[in-house]
Structure formats: C-alpha cells, structure tokens
Design a protein around this ligand. Sequence first.
Ligand code: TAP
Length: 493
Amino acid sequence: MTDQSIRESIAALDGMLFVDGAFRAGQGARLPVQNPATGEIIGHIAAATAAEVEAAVQAARRAFRPWAAELPKARATLLHRLGDLIAADADAMARIMTAEQGKPVNEARGEILKLAEACHFYAEEATRVLGEIIPNDQPGFQSLVTREPVGVVGAITPWNYPAELVGWKLCASLAAGCTIVIKPAEITPFTALAIAAKCAAAGIPAGVVNVLTGKGSQVGQALVEHPQVDKIAFTGSSAVGLHIQQSCPQVKRLSLELGGNCPLIVTASADVAAAVKGAARRSFRNCGQICIAINRIYVHRSVYGAFLAGLGKAAEGLRVANGLTDPAADLGAMASAEPLAKTRAHLADALERGARLIAGGSAPEGAEYANGHFFRPTVVADCTHDMLVMREETFGPLVGVAPYDDLAEATLLANDTPYGLASYVYARDLTEIATLSAGLDYGNVAINNVDAGIMNAPYGGRKQSGVGYEHGREGLLEYFNFKHVRLHHGVGA
Ligand code: TAP
C-alpha cells in the first residue's frame, strides 16, 4: 500500500487543474492513476473540458504581456525561489513521482533536484539574453537584433521523466518571458501538479503557469489546434510528434523532442570494464525508459566475449524492487503495461530470429512483483540488424549486442535507423574517437561516458528524433522571436 503521507499529498492534487494561479476541481471525466508497482489506484485526474482549456489559454494570454515586461532580474528572482522551494521539498515530491511512475525514490529525488538545478540555470540565463548590432553597408544606418518572447507556450510531456521534462519547458518559458499551459502525461499527472503548487508558493503571477490534465488526443490536441497558443514544446514519441506537426492548423513554432534507438560502439581499444559499467547504467536506468537509453551495442570481435560476460554479470547483479519500499533499488516497476508489452515483444522477436539470451528475459518471481509491471534487466547477444531491438525504440530494460569487425560497418549500422538522438562510444584510440565523433549522425555523442545531456549544452535530436533543442543557450533561444530593427540615425552620413 502507498503510505499515508503520499496519499495525503496526492489527495490534495486529486482531480485538480491549475488555472490562472489557483487550483480548481476539474469538471471533466475522472480517469484513474495507478501505482505501477502494485496496481493500486492512487488518485484520479479530471480530463480538462474544452471550456477549461479555453480558460487556461486565456489566462496565459492575459498574463503574457505583463510577464514579458517584467525586468529579467525579477523573473530570475522568482525562478531562483522556485528552485529553492522544489529542492527543499525534494523528498515528498520524489515519493509522489515514484507512486505514479515507478522509479525508485532515490532516483526520483535526483530528478527533482535536477529540476531545481534547471530553475537556477534558467534564472541565470534570463539575465543574459543578449542582442546584436549588425554593420550596415550604408552610412547613418544601424541594425539592431533583439529577442522577444514567442508568447503562450503549450507544453506536452511524457511519463518517463515527469519532473525534468516539464521543468525544462517551464523554466525556459519563464526565463524568456513566455507564459505556459502544461499538459503532462495522463499516467504521471501529480508531479506536474506538485510543481504548479511550488510555482504558486514562489509567487509566480497568476496565469503565467497553468497545468491541464487529460488525454493527449483531446487536451494536448486542443492546445496544438488553439490559435492563441504560439508555440508547442513537445516531448514524446516520434509518431505523436509527427502527428502534431501534421495536424497543427496554423503556422506555429514547434519544438519536438522525440524517440531514439541509441547505439553504443565499443572498439578494440576500449576500456572494457568501463564500457560494461556505462552500458549497464544507460541500458537499464529507469528500466530503459529513457529517450537516450542504449538500445543496441556493437562490440569489436576482439573484446566481444569479455564485454558480454561483464554485461551479463552486471545485469544479473541489478536489484529490481518496488521503488517506494526500496528507495535504493536499481530498477523499479515500469510505468505501465504498454512499455512492458513492447519489451516482451522485442525480446521474443530477437530470440525467434536467433539471438542468444545472456541475462534476464522474464519478470522477477515473488508475491511482491505479482501486481506490478516488473521486468528483469535483459541482455541478448549475436543480434542482427533485422531484429526490432536493433532498429526500433524498445523503451524497456532490454539491450541487443552484436559483434563487428570493421569500424566503418559498425558506424553504418549505428546510423541506419530513422533516429538521431544520442550515441555512445567507448574507445581509447584517438583516431577511432575522432572518426566516430564525426561519423555518428546524432545530436549527442558521448565518448567514454554515458551522460549525453548536461544542463548548459544543447540537447536535441536529428531525423525522426526531433527538431529544436532543450538545455543550454540554444534551448532558451527556442522561446524567442528575433526582431530586426533597422535604424536610420543619420550620424556619419
Ligand atoms: P507519447 O505517447 O508520444 O505521449 C507524449 C505526450 O503527448 C503525452 O502527454 C500524451 O498524452 C500526449 N499526446 C498523445 N497524443 C497526442 C495528440 N494527438 N496531441 C497532443 N498530445 C498528444 O509518448 P510517451 O509514451 O508518453 O513517452 C515516451 C516517448 O517519449 C518515447 O518515444 C521517448 O523516446 C520519448 N522521449 C523523448 C525525449 C527527448 S528529450 N527526445 C525525452 C523523453 C521521452 P497522454 O499521456 O494523455 O497520452
């Protein structure tokens, strides 16, 4: 059972929307939210009605001009305050996240603290929004390029990182002077509502931040179609991202952070023990439900056996448990039945096509796992390029491994999917490192580490993994329009 304190925190958010600076009971149909480790219903969301969507967009519209006119320093002060409030309540917020998403509490707390870090980063960036003066080829003229906030942002987010993926859009919007209407994933709404409570406590003006719950196909789509939403900031699957792009009835700014099928290449010169450690972390953290999870691994034949033995042992050594009762578990429950079913389907496909099971392959046994969406970290070897695990995003605790002889061929295979989000390399030879960092067609290439994203560098995908960036200066620029002011002052003419 979910403990009393979490039930009380969730009860305060149950069926609520956050519109125009206040929580209000939603009037739409109530949909249950489950704890994926136990199947217990922990609360409900109210699916926002058309009138409630309208109220939120109009609140954001009214708040936009005054918020954009605030001095950057004032917006930065509020963002710093928001970061402090979130960090101070990280334990309680983490437990809400675990109850709805399944990741172990310690991991959830880390995510909440990274959200707080994002608040502070964007607070600092808010005060460093610069412009340019461009030389003209006629005397007496000057061109000024300034940056102005795009307006009302509709943020649509997935369930795998319920705090950070809301937070990156929220913080960048607030720093730029935009207002925002957030539609979190249907299965992880309470983390977003808890963030809204912190926005209110921080004193962020009414209407600047709004949170609407409900189904993506209705509430999310209503934001996409709304003529007064100026930009959609979306993180989710490539299929829904494409649908949003194609169904948007007006010209609108879009940033789309989409799916991946991320490769790791382990070369002959690699530190194999380090590669094993990195692969185990990035294949199985958050049960592989990460857009930048390592989905497939190409290993030079000379180190293939050693790598496989190491990864199999590492995978079998990871502890799977209910993340609320075992906060330090390595893997909690998967977030819902859907990614678990896809993981099983990719595993069955690989085994049918001749892959060799090295570790995992089934749900853990025991009464404590009986009602939850658990799966053991799973490694399959001798994979071929026709297997789903080597071509499509699994989004589960399954990784496929294949040997290679020729680095050029490994690079070709690594690039041969519709995705281009993140790729990984373990190598010590400088020529191999230089060849791979240039040759991998990905927005992020991590070499001898598996943390592809940091707060102050741009993070984005290529091909079907998306358009636009989050993080870094580039991430903030997504929330601005440029304005060119051509001034004839006559001096020097
Ligand atoms: P999706 O099914 O695409 O859902 C993402 C969000 O879109 C949810 O809030 C969903 O609402 C909403 N949505 C669904 N249909 C919509 C529509 N027609 N119009 C507007 N919104 C709609 O993704 P998911 O399963 O939650 O998340 C997993 C995916 O996200 C993976 O592919 C993963 O790679 C990707 N992801 C990418 C990144 C980056 S940075 N590239 C980071 C994390 C995750 P409901 O929940 O109500 O359906």
